[in-house]
Design a protein around this ligand. Structure first.
Ligand SMILES: *Cc1c(COP(=O)(O)O)cnc(C)c1O
Length: 395
């Protein structure tokens, strides 16, 4: 028997080794990785520089409690502020970053209502789960944290009707990741920010999946030309070393005074030493330009494929966060299994979306290789589906 809780649906596949943008399983089979471990390993695997800083820091000091000054935290926080007036709080995961954001929003405004959106995903702890607009994630865990209201994404009228002087914050993902790779409309985001300003409501952007270069901008909110009051980070920040951050405008700092919030491991030295290099490397115009080039290559290839192959209903996303919509769950599951057999690891989002999150270091040749595998699998499936349709017609 397994001694693990069965809370994850696991594939019969154990990955034991990684190098650059490829992974190896227990049988020695190699895969091109279009998952980045769910948007985590943005710089791929076995990166010599990241390995080096981790080993060096491990010999110096693993942990220091947050009772003392921490230069590594200061260094990463400064890099995350990106020249703007932002301050950071460090934790160990995305859910924890959102917990901090929710607590800060309540404390800073003295209000409790937080508006979030249907199909959102903000994490699994009580606050973050309560913020998540998906019934299936709430089932069996009620009562939730009170005063969360879920509204339709990309619609302004419902928000106009709901936002009021009792609202502490509006919280959203700029591209709903787990929900199905659904990008927010630019005009909608502008309108959301205006409404927040009008009512003195904090705007919280969950950049846990979209941040750290994933969309071809260091932060996705850079595309939307907004300045969130608070934004949260995790997945790509440590390239696999657990770390999260809640970043807020400096005028919110006073509301998180000594004793208000904390974490034993938050801002751990090993995590900070790695995060510092990750941020430095990714938040560079040349690096981000290259992400945009690879993105364009992948989008072009997938759009061309979608024109020929009717199984694909839509191609969406930004940067190297892409979603391919299919008509039903069974088709998607078959595709994912076939891709794996052909040596390409990909992800699911929602029920019907194939999600691609390659490492940001993916090469031109590897994008071509990935596209070829996807085309091969989809064309095979399309001709099989055609065949079985003919068989049905003949009967
Ligand atoms: C993954 C994710 C989270 C949760 O992060 P954990 O580290 O799993 O707690 C929250 N928000 C978004 C948008 C995410 O993609």
């Amino acid at each position: 028997m397994s001694h693990l809780f069965p809370n994850y649906k696991r594939k019969e596949l154990a990955l034991i080794k990684g190098d650059k943008n490829r992974l190896t399983d227990q049988s020695g089979k190699n895969y091109l990785d279009f998952t980045s471990g769910i948007g985590v390993a943005n710089l791929g695997y076995n990166d010599p520089k990241l390995n080096q800083v981790l080993v060096e820091q491990s010999k110096l000091l693993w942990h220091t409690p947050n009772l003392y000054e921490n230069q590594l935290q200061e260094e990463v926080a400064k890099k995350l502020a990106n020249g703007k007036e932002y301050v950071s709080y460090f934790c160990n995961s995305g859910a924890e970053a959102n917990e901090a954001a929710i607590k800060l929003a309540r404390k800073a405004t003295g209000k409790s209502k937080i508006i979030t959106f249907i199909n959102s995903f903000h994490g699994r702890t009580y606050g973050a789960m309560s913020a998540t607009g998906q019934n299936s994630i709430h089932t069996g865990f009620e009562p939730l944290v009170p005063d969360f209201v879920y509204l339709p994404f990309n619609e302004i009228e419902p928000l106009k009707n709901e936002i009021d002087p009792h609202t502490a914050a509006v919280m959203l993902e700029l591209i709903q990741g787990e929900g199905g790779v659904l990008p927010a409309d630019e005009s909608w985001i502008q309108a959301v920010q205006s409404l927040c300003k009008e009512y003195g409501v904090l705007l919280i952007i969950d950049e846990i999946q979209t941040g750290i270069g994933r969309t071809g901008n260091f932060y996705a909110h850079g595309y939307y030309q907004i300045e969130p009051d608070i934004f949260t980070l995790a997945k790509g920040l440590g390239n696999g070393i657990p770390v999260g951050a809640m970043v807020g405008k400096a005028n919110l700092a006073a509301f998180f005074g000594p004793g208000s919030h904390g974490s034993t491991f938050g801002g751990n030295n090993l995590a900070m030493s790695v995060a510092s290099i990750v941020v430095e490397r990714i938040n560079h115009p040349d690096f981000l330009q290259e992400v945009q080039n690879r993105s364009q290559q992948l989008f072009t290839g997938l759009n061309q494929l979608a024109e020929k192959n009717k199984l694909i209903k839509a191609v969406r996303g930004k940067g190297l966060m892409l979603g391919l919509e299919f008509s039903d769950q069974e088709t998607l599951n078959v595709i994912l299994d076939q891709l794996e057999i052909e040596g390409l690891l990909a992800l699911k989002a929602g029920q019907t979306v194939l999600r691609l999150l390659p490492p940001l270091t993916v090469t031109e040749t590897e994008i071509d290789e990935g596209l070829m595998i996807i085309e091969h699998v989809l064309n095979n499936l399309a001709s099989r589906t055609l065949l079985s349709k003919k068989e049905i017609d003949n009967e």
